[in-house]
Design a protein around this ligand. Structure first.
Ligand SMILES: NCc1[nH]cc(CCC(=O)O)c1CC(=O)O
Length: 313
């Protein structure tokens, strides 16, 4: 797969320039068909990066409905929404100076309030964001504010509650009403089919973690060795479909709740195995419980690969 391109422009000579998100470098190719994802690329071109960042900062007006092709949240794991709209903070490609100056000025006397869900995983992810900010703006006063979302309070079937926006709604509302300054969401919880709530926008992304799904089984057996009729706990439609393809003889049961709760339910004997995201387990320090990492690549004669959801982890 080619790099995720955040920017693409053609200079006067017809050379196509691309800025890759993760690498934060430009790939400057010879004139090519702009529809081709990766031109004959040369990695580097410092001038190109600088020009591009200046241009991006000056010209990019971002509102809730505006999402450039390269700004797709697909490769992000965590998100910061900010309410600042007048000047775009080019956090994806710019050096961090613009943002740190802004933070220092605005939160000199009052703490920066960060809203988060309250599960261990949500709090761990928010700590990653806090650590990133502290590294860039040492001494900045930061306060995290736990907010229980409607999906956290609802123990029933999530589909009856009407979509995954229920993991973000209350936090976004606090952001809009000014109770918090930043909301931290798991990108996979941010609805991709509707615009962001008016007045909010993506401020920054954390680097993506590991994307693999994993199995935790009670007796240490991998998926292939579980007996027919074994009970597998998972609620994701995607995992359900893939499991059905690979092992239609297993029984799939819904499981809800935080990562920790799901493991407790496994240990209590409610399931023989559960499927979870590796990154989430790493973040809450439970990756030692992993029985098997499911492969994402396909080899001849092997079982089908496991596709992670977009924006996992
Ligand atoms: N990506 C994190 C996330 N988003 C929604 C849930 C909870 C899922 C549920 O309540 O069924 C979780 C896991 C966690 O916080 O531990």
């Amino acid at each position: 797969m080619g790099p995720l391109i955040t920017e693409r422009w053609t200079d006067a000579e017809g050379t196509v320039h691309l800025v890759a998100f993760r690498q934060q470098v430009t790939l400057c190719g010879d004139p090519v068909d702009p529809n081709v994802e990766a031109p004959t690329a040369r990695v580097g071109c410092e001038d190109c990066v600088k020009a591009s960042i200046a241009d991006y900062a000056a010209n990019h007006r971002c509102g809730p409905e505006c999402r450039e092709p390269g700004e797709s949240p697909v490769s992000a794991c965590g998100t910061i929404h900010t309410t600042r709209r007048e000047e775009q903070i080019p956090t994806m490609t710019a050096p961090s100076g613009v943002m740190t100056d802004e933070l220092r000025q605005r939160f000199a006397d009052v703490p920066l309030r960060i809203g988060t869900r309250t599960t261990p995983l949500a709090k761990a992810q928010t700590q990653c964001v806090v650590a990133q900010i502290e590294q860039r703006v040492p001494g900045l006063p930061i306060e995290t504010i736990g907010i229980e979302t409607s999906a956290d309070l609802w123990t029933g079937d999530l589909s009856l509650l009407g979509g995954k926006g229920n993991f973000t709604k209350e936090i976004d509302r606090s952001l809009i009403s000014g109770r918090i300054d930043i909301a931290v969401h798991s990108m996979k919880d941010v609805p991709g089919d509707v615009p962001l709530p008016r007045g909010t926008e993506f401020g920054a992304y954390l680097l993506r973690g590991d994307v693999h799904d994993v199995v935790i089984s009670r007796d240490g057996r991998p998926l292939a060795d579980l007996p027919a009729g074994a009970k597998i706990g998972t609620s994701a439609v995607r995992r359900h479909a893939q499991l059905g393809l690979y092992r239609p003889d297993l029984i799939i049961e819904r499981v809800r709740g935080s990562v920790n709760r799901r493991i407790n339910k496994l240990d209590d004997g409610e399931y023989d195995a559960i499927l979870l995201a590796r990154a989430g387990l790493e973040r809450v320090g439970l990756d030692h419980r992993i029985t098997e990492v499911l492969p994402t690549t396909w080899a001849d004669g092997e079982p089908p690969p496991w596709f992670p959801p977009s924006a996992q982890p």
